[in-house]
Design a protein around this ligand. Structure first.
Ligand code: URA
Length: 208
């Protein structure tokens, strides 16, 4: 698939997300937030769900957490346009409550399709909800920063930027964890180029 077709398919998903009514969150949203960034991204970030500012603007990570995420990306010389950023649930949960299992379930196919199309070398999960998609049953304080390579892709569990903003003690870990991203990406590039590991053919099924 060429870049234009890939972009068109991602835009088709975004279009479906913006008019989605698969769960009750559509009733209270201002804007759905499909995700943003490069269709050819080698690194994909997945957060939890849109907050107030994201709901207002229809874009992921544009509030305080997003500022900190941009700062973290800057530390490793990446720009937001170099990566793809999305969330598990694409509509804001009232009062920023935790996403409910049926909301995650309803929204999951959008993420699966985005992941399959973008086919990044590294998926960086932000916070425990997105971590659980790939590390079921794990505790974020135990496994943050420990990448797992599986099916031609690396998965790196990171703290949520909001957690690091709330608890400055986590910032050192967060910054050390994110510092691995470029090396991890380069390693995955080499391994895929050497044919050591094939790109994933099928995405994982919902683990909730
Ligand atoms: N928190 C998230 O998990 N996602 C966003 O887009 C913003 C804040």
């Amino acid at each position: 698939m060429d870049g234009a077709e890939l972009g068109a398919q991602l835009e088709r998903i975004a279009h479906e997300v913006r008019s989605c009514e698969r769960c009750g969150l559509h009733a209270t949203r201002t804007h759905a937030v499909p995700g943003a960034g490069s269709a050819g991204a080698e690194i994909l970030f997945i957060g939890e769900g849109p907050g107030f500012h994201e709901d207002q603007q229809g874009l992921p990570f544009v509030g305080r957490s997003g500022e900190y995420l941009s700062y973290l990306l800057n530390l490793i010389h990446l720009r937001r346009e170099d990566v793809f950023i999305t969330n598990i649930i694409k509509c804001r949960a009232p009062n920023n409550r935790d996403p409910l299992p049926h909301e995650i379930e309803a929204c999951r196919p959008y993420f699966d399709r985005q992941l399959s199309l973008i086919d990044p070398l590294v998926v960086a999960t932000l916070g425990r909800f997105s971590m659980r998609l790939f590390f079921p049953g794990a505790s974020i304080s135990r496994i943050h920063g420990q990448a797992r390579i599986d099916g031609g892709r690396a998965y790196l569990p990171l703290y949520h930027p909001a957690a690091a903003l709330r608890n400055p003690n986590l910032r050192h870990d967060m910054e050390a964890d994110i510092a691995q991203l470029r090396t991890l990406r380069d390693e995955m590039r080499q391994r895929r180029a050497a044919g050591e590991i094939a790109a994933p053919k099928h995405e994982q099924k919902t683990l909730f």
